[in-house]
Design a protein around this ligand. Structure first.
Ligand code: SF4
Length: 354
């Protein structure tokens, strides 16, 4: 239980920490762990301190992202959290890369919902040559028609593939660390933590922004969440999606239910204070784990996905927009110079970031 009177306590140490962060202090492991282990009585002050940093860099703006599950299932990898992995018995849709028209429809749906970034996500270890060519063809068409940033989540990439993505207009690549180096073997054995780091280095070398985050609640220790946050600090990730595990029946982690909403908020505060300038996005599992405390998450994070996740449903976009309005926050707008005469296509049915 949060005791509001506790907020009257004169300590203010979380605000002092936030002030030091704004002066350039980089949180170390012990300080970050203290955030995760803060007593619930200090949660409001902690959120207020995270908000001090969030407001400095992002004001009261909320960035919306929209995902399309551009290729689903059929993955030979064994990421234990993923309903599309070869270990999963979950009944997920299986289809190859969507055709160009559907990807264009998805972009329009993203724009119509106020999203700033359209995330094209495919299942699999990495893109085939054919899939890469399809992305190279569709991205310029999207950018000609709509003022959207494009984030591609295509799995492992080498430098040449990353450079091709940059050349065709992709702004950013998502490739999550997913967890800490010390816990990685517990959640995936078909590719390594170093493979993921190598992809991120290739993406950076190609001049692309990196979107890189992870999943909390897979059985890791709080110290390991801190380890991941500090790795992201070292990588200087532009954007950090923080997922809370949505245990899908039929996956190896189906019985992993270890989170409470107050801990989830502390996680978001820790990511904000360790990575003050990065976009922090509340990603998969937002509705499931934050529940009635969802709005409070936006005092630390500055971004959410609007619509569904890859294979799980999100709350309706109208509820997200109402939540943002009720907080007195604003959706970060993109220039709307798109011709209005074009028909509004039906929204596609994208279905947790890889
Ligand atoms: S997270 Fe990506 S690489 Fe891992 S099993 Fe799922 S689709 Fe495959």
């Amino acid at each position: 239980m949060i005791n509001p009177l506790a907020q009257l306590a004169p300590s203010g140490h979380w605000h002092q920490l936030a002030t030091r962060v704004l002066e350039g202090h980089r949180l170390g492991g012990d300080e970050a762990l203290a955030v995760l282990q803060a007593p619930d009585e200090e949660l409001l002050e902690l959120l207020s301190a995270a908000y001090q940093v969030r407001r400095h860099y992002f004001g009261n703006k909320v960035q919306l992202y929209f995902l399309i599950n551009a290729k689903s299932g059929l993955c030979p990898e064994d990421c234990h959290y993923c309903s599309q992995s070869r270990l999963s018995q979950a009944p997920v849709a299986q289809y190859p890369l969507l055709d160009e028209a559907t990807l264009l429809d998805g972009a329009r749906a993203a724009w119509q919902r106020g999203a700033k970034t359209y995330c094209i996500v495919i299942s699999g270890r990495g893109p085939s040559e054919q899939e890469l060519q399809a992305i190279e063809q569709v991205v310029p068409k999207i950018k000609q028609r709509l003022p959207l940033k494009i984030c591609a989540c295509l799995g492992l990439l080498d430098f040449h593939q990353a450079r091709r993505l940059k050349a065709c207009g992709v702004d950013r690549v998502n490739h999550n660390l997913n967890t800490s180096r010390s816990f990685y073997q517990q959640i995936c054995t078909t590719h390594t933590y170093e493979d993921r780091l190598a992809t991120l280095q290739a993406v950076k070398a190609a001049g692309l922004e990196i979107c890189c985050g992870g999943i909390v609640g897979m059985g890791e220790q709080p110290q390991q969440v801190v380890e991941m946050a500090l790795e992201l600090q070292a990588l200087q990730a532009h954007s950090i999606p923080v997922n809370f595990l949505h245990p899908v029946p039929g996956t190896p982690l189906e019985n992993c239910w270890k989170l409470n909403p107050r801990y989830c908020l502390k996680v978001l505060c820790m990511f904000r204070l360790t990575n003050p300038r990065s976009e922090i996005r509340i990603a998969g599992g937002r509705e499931l784990h934050l529940r009635s405390l969802q709005p409070l998450g936006l005092f630390a994070a500055n971004s959410i996905f609007v619509g569904d996740y890859l294979t799980t449903r999100g709350q309706p976009p109208e509820e997200d927009l109402a939540m943002i309005r009720d907080l007195g926050f604003e959706v970060e707008c993109i220039p709307s110079d798109e011709p209005s005469s074009q028909p509004n296509p039906p929204a596609p049915s994208p279905t947790d970031p890889s």
